[in-house]
Design a protein around this ligand. Structure first.
Ligand code: UDP
Length: 238
């Protein structure tokens, strides 16, 4: 089946890397391995893939009152956490023969290229998976915002938000058994129904730039391929 998209930005949550088991390790290698295989299926189709990965499994910037750490300082710690996840993802992809480049929004040239938009575009054109680490490089933002921003900069056709739930529901499916999944929804309806797809900054960036979002369950093997083939997986926001 032909892919529906030529270039996608995959936003992976850090927390989803934990998988089902919580044994204290920041990530479950089986999950990263599964992600790598799923990404390979998509690159094998010729789809260009850029990835933004979160850091919530390792560190998340918190309220200063709770952590005792100044907000901006904690946010930089969170951004560094995303680089650890990005390196893990990179290692697993390269292990199965996918060419990758890691670009970081915070300079650390021993482990990553600096973020250079035009260079990233060139990598994508050459079929390399580009992983963007360190979020936007700025405190007070999230990796969802980094995902939206990089997707727009890379002129991706869509942002694929891989999570542990299989789409957007009318209510929290874990709390309300009557909750129903949307197959499609407009940006405006997400706002009117107060549905939290991404944080407001990330969501607004997508809406203003007419960048569609697909929310889907990344922890289900094969799902990413189905999304890229345009099958009815997850929820499309457009
Ligand atoms: N962060 C930041 N600026 C960014 C991206 C991330 O300050 O552009 C920090 C922020 O503290 C955030 C943490 O990095 O809580 C980890 O990212 P996020 O919570 O988005 O990860 P996820 O929820 O996807 O695992």
């Amino acid at each position: 089946m032909l892919p529906k998209f030529k270039r996608v930005l995959l936003k992976l949550s850090g927390e989803a890397l934990l998988g089902e088991q919580h044994n204290g390790d920041p990530f479950n290698p089986k999950i990263i391995e599964q992600y790598a295989h799923d990404i390979k299926l998509v690159t094998d189709l010729g789809v260009q893939v850029a990835i933004v990965i979160g850091g919530g499994n390792i560190y998340r910037g918190m309220n200063e009152a709770d952590s005792g750490i100044e907000r901006a300082h904690g946010d930089y710690m969170g951004m560094l956490a995303t680089v650890i996840n990005a390196m893990a993802m990179q290692a697993m992809l390269e292990k199965i023969g996918v060419y990758t480049r890691l670009q970081s929004a915070i300079n650390m040239e021993q482990v990553a290229e600096p973020y250079i938009r035009r260079k990233a575009l060139r990598h994508l054109e050459k079929g390399r998976v580009v992983i963007f680490g360190a979020g936007t490089g700025n405190p007070y933002f999230t990796t969802d915002t980094a995902g939206s921003l990089r997707a727009i900069e890379m002129k991706a056709d869509v942002i694929l938000k891989g999570t542990r739930v299989d789409g957007i529901y009318t209510a929290d499916p874990e709390k309300d058994p009557a909750a129903v999944k949307y197959e499609k929804i407009t940006f405006q309806d997400c706002i009117s129904n107060n549905l939290k797809v991404m944080d407001m900054t990330a969501f607004t960036l997508c809406m203003e730039n007419k960048l569609p979002i697909i929310v889907f369950d990344m922890n289900r093997p094969g799902n990413l391929l189905q999304v890229v083939q345009g099958m009815n997986v997850g929820t499309l926001v457009s």
